[in-house]
Write a protein that binds this ligand. Structure first.
Ligand code: HPA
Ligand code: ZN
Length: 335
């Protein structure tokens, strides 16, 4: 086994709706009597030929249409946790997109109940710690984001923070300045997708206007040396998703992926799967493909695993405990 596959790690950028495998989409469609615009699993899989973020999002939102009941959200998240365990993911911070569901009449309570029950079972049955991060869809209005926040606040103890996802171009972080300010007042942790397809200025906005603690993707920071310098100095983490970047044509080939340059610049970059059912792999497949394409060293791999805990929203005690298990796994691999 490669070192990367063996190390304990945290996953910080996984859209739980993006973990819905075609087989589960069809099983849930049948269970719920939902008609899909694809004949079967193979036809759905054939549609996974993306040219950019939007071409993916159209199919991703269609896939999520089979989620109606508490058990559906539970089954989806449980399937993810089982795969995460196989990849030695010991802590996961899961994004969920409530607006995708509430817009179809699914109550916020149902979404959060199913996901949080799976998180609780992941801890007791698999030993995986986890947390939920509620994402606002940036193609919708800030007013809609405020309404979503209000609908979620009765379940405040079930999520640790908020994020910003969906179509990036034309929807700059500044569009959500007020709602993020409110979330910070409420003590929520904050992250935002920026610099996946959007320009470095969107990363600056996420930092200076939304005051986020972490940037999701952020790979386009390399176009702005002052931004790279800022990210290195503040150690604001980037949750990078190599196979996603490949599938959504952010990079034309993994050998050109910026991960190595991000590490060389001293950034707190991490490896994540984004939407693993759609992009061809979970955590370890992302690690292995990136290590091979970029010829990353064992020291790079250890740095990436270490960064995943540094970048997490774990308590200092929990982080320290995971870093000890990481050291032990490194020593065992060497010995
Ligand atoms: N980018 C933006 N929005 C998303 C993504 C992504 O990679 N995955 C799911 N929603
Ligand atoms: Zn994402």
């Amino acid at each position: 086994m490669l070192l990367a596959q063996n190390l304990p790690k945290a996953e910080l950028h996984i859209h739980i709706e993006g973990s819905l495998e075609p087989e589960l989409i069809f099983a849930l469609a049948q269970r719920n009597g939902v008609k899909l615009p694809y004949a079967d699993v193979e036809a759905l899989r054939r549609a996974y030929a993306f040219t950019d973020l939007q071409s993916f999002l159209d199919i991703y939102y269609a896939g999520a249409s089979v989620l109606l009941h508490e058990a559906d959200f539970y089954d989806m998240a449980w399937a993810y946790f089982e795969r995460a365990q196989a990849d030695k993911v010991v802590h996961a911070e899961l994004f969920f997109d409530p607006q995708t569901h509430t817009a179809r009449g699914v109550p916020m309570a149902v979404v959060i109940a199913g996901l949080s029950r799976a998180c609780a079972d992941a801890k007791t049955r698999l030993g995986i710690s986890s947390a939920l991060i509620l994402c606002f869809l940036r193609h919708l209005s800030e007013e809609d984001a405020f309404a979503t926040l209000d609908a979620a606040l009765p379940y405040r103890e079930h999520f640790i923070g908020v994020g910003l996802d969906s179509s990036e171009m034309g929807h700059p972080p500044s569009k959500f300045a007020q709602v993020f300010a409110r979330c910070r007042e409420l003590g929520l942790r904050t992250v935002a997708h920026a610099g996946e397809e959007g320009p470095p200025d969107y990363i600056w906005q996420a930092l200076s206007v939304l005051k986020v603690e972490r940037i999701d993707h952020g790979v386009r920071c390399l176009e702005d040396p002052a931004l790279v310098e800022h990210l290195a100095q503040t150690r604001i983490p980037l949750t990078v998703c190599p196979l996603s970047n490949l599938k959504l044509c952010v990079v034309d080939d993994l050998v050109h992926h910026p991960m190595k340059r991000l590490l060389q610049a001293g950034l707190c970059a991490t490896v994540n799967s984004d939407d693993p059912a759609y992009f061809g792999g979970y955590m370890n497949q992302n690690f292995v493909a990136t290590v091979q394409a970029l010829d990353l060293s064992e020291a790079d791999v250890i740095t990436l695993a270490c960064n995943s805990f540094e970048a997490s929203f774990l308590s200092e005690d929990a982080r320290a405990a995971f870093l000890i298990t990481l050291d032990e796994a490194v020593a065992e691999h060497a010995g």
